[in-house]
Design a protein around this ligand. Sequence first.
Ligand code: 48H
Ligand code: FE2
Length: 258
Amino acid sequence: MEQIVSMGIIDSYFKKLKESLNVDVAIVGGGPSGLVAAYYLAKMGKKVSLYERKLAPGGGMWGGAMMFNEIMVQRDAIHILDELKVDYKPYVDNYYTIDSVHATSSLIYQATKAGAKIFNCTSVEDVVFLNNKVSGLVINWTPVELQKMHVDPLVVMAKSVIDATGHDCEVARTLERKNNIRLLTETGSVMGERSLSVDEAERTTIENTKEIFPGLYVAGMASNGVSGSYRMGPIFGGMLLSGEKVAKLIDISLSVSV
Ligand code: 48H
Ligand code: FE2
């Protein structure tokens, strides 16, 4: 029995890992934008893998605001909560509050239930760069990164990559730092995030959700970090809508390239 438990875990983990070595979409970061993108893409029948550095996916959604575990979402994004079967409460006019633990766990559940494979404790340290296109991810265990151990990584090939790493827009920064390239931003570089301005930030999150380099899309807070826009505090409609938008953009681009 002791061996069966270990064998079963090893067999099914490596099956999952092997099946994810070549995917349609590889998502970096399991915050709200990455999880919503994973849900919609998996539901469209795409092969999706998501890499999350931490033990628990969910990013900045668990903690609500200053650890008051409630978040706000505006009416524009309510159809996504309905689709993902997340409960919400009306607050005023177009604004709703949601228990952040319920919301975060629902997003994780629905993304995995739709078929997206989540690899937690896994950090993305680089991209695969082929023929001037982002063509995959370079991954390693988070403890390797934390301990600064010199252990070489593994590679996952992907038709499209999403940088959903939040405020740090890590994938875009790494791509820019290591390669002599221009991104699709006003300056051609990662512009960096600005201070808090709620309405402006919520609007630009959607606008800035795009393909910023062949093969590399940005979603969520990373899209504002890359394009030099504002933060918005604990209102999450923009994050959800950005995840939905990036899924639609990738669906269109993959169907054109078939
Ligand atoms: C693997 C990585 C790596 C890496 C990072 O921060 P997130 O929640 O991201 P979003 O954009 O979906 O949501 C942003 C939202 O939570 C937020 O912070 C808001 C609305 N802030 C407003 C404000 O004013 O502050 O999640 C990103 C996830 C995290 O879980 C990271 O651990 C993970 O990405 N991650 N995973 N490899 N290199 N970098
Ligand atoms: Fe934040």
